[in-house]
Design a binder for this molecule. Structure first.
Ligand code: C5P
Length: 243
């Protein structure tokens, strides 16, 4: 079982934010007076189990870059990589010794201390390699057809439905994700083509036979991808009376 102390948080902030149409990298976009990175780092710093925060930054954000001035104090900054997994690997390489690491996307600025502690607690109590934040799906899921079915073309070239996917047992997965460090290191040693496909770190651990548990999260822990997400996050902060 992992010890309670000595958890390093790897905070991923090396994404570009192209879909947000922002002139600055996504993690440096403002949300009600603080950047996404500042908000995520603040919550991690307030979490009693977290001892160190290593932030993966866009590689072109060199030491003299003006945006560096907005970095939260006390964090260790490293250059991220061209893929998410490479950013995780860079941050892990700079992390102090710890049995447990917690990975979080800076693009999820609404995480809570309770959620951070819940995933860490699940990892500590279970005989598992990972514990990840997740919410059960509530929408009905449809698979879009890859090609037309030979029938009349749909209006405005909209995709046709090929199938309805039963949603029972399906979860939408978020960060934070907590891992035994040795399991994450093994997962990151997989071939580059495997790493490049991964949209989260748990999937890499699952891919080498690791055991991962789903920890109940809240739907408001949204990932900022579009301008609409930013407006939604702002409204949620207001409604939750969080500053
Ligand atoms: O692109 P997406 O929103 O899925 O990215 C999720 C998180 O991973 C973001 O916080 C982003 O900054 C980070 N990321 C990274 N390095 C990359 C790509 C994404 O740190 N090369």
């Amino acid at each position: 079982m992992a010890e309670k102390s000595s958890v390093v948080a790897l905070l991923l902030a090396a994404g570009s934010g192209v879909r947000l149409k922002s002139p600055v990298p996504k993690a440096f976009v403002q949300l009600r007076g603080a950047t996404l990175l500042q908000r995520s780092a603040k919550t991690l710093a307030e979490s009693p189990s977290i001892d160190q925060i290593v932030v993966a930054l866009p590689p072109d954000l060199t030491a003299d870059h003006p945006l560096r001035a907005s970095l939260p104090s006390g964090v260790t900054a490293v250059a991220g990589g061209p893929t998410r997994s490479q950013s995780v690997a860079s941050a892990l390489a700079a992390a102090a010794h710890s049995e447990v690491v917690l990975v979080h996307d800076a693009a999820r600025p609404l995480l809570s201390v309770a959620l951070v502690e819940a995933v860490l607690q699940a990892l500590r109590l279970g005989d598992v390699d990972g514990a990840i934040a997740a919410v059960p799906l509530t929408d009905t899921l449809k698979l879009a057809a890859a090609a037309q079915d030979g029938g009349p073309p749909p209006p405005q070239s909209l995709p046709l439905v090929a199938a309805t996917i039963p949603r029972e047992g399906l979860f939408a997965v978020q960060t934070p994700q907590a891992f035994l460090r040795r399991a994450l290191a093994r997962a990151l040693a997989q071939p580059p083509e495997v790493l490049a496909q991964a949209t989260d770190d748990a999937s890499l651990i699952e891919g080498i036979g690791g055991r991962v548990v789903l920890v109940p999260s809240f739907a408001g822990n949204i990932k900022i991808t579009t301008e609409e997400d930013l407006k939604l996050a702002s409204a949620l902060l207001c409604a939750l009376q969080r500053d």
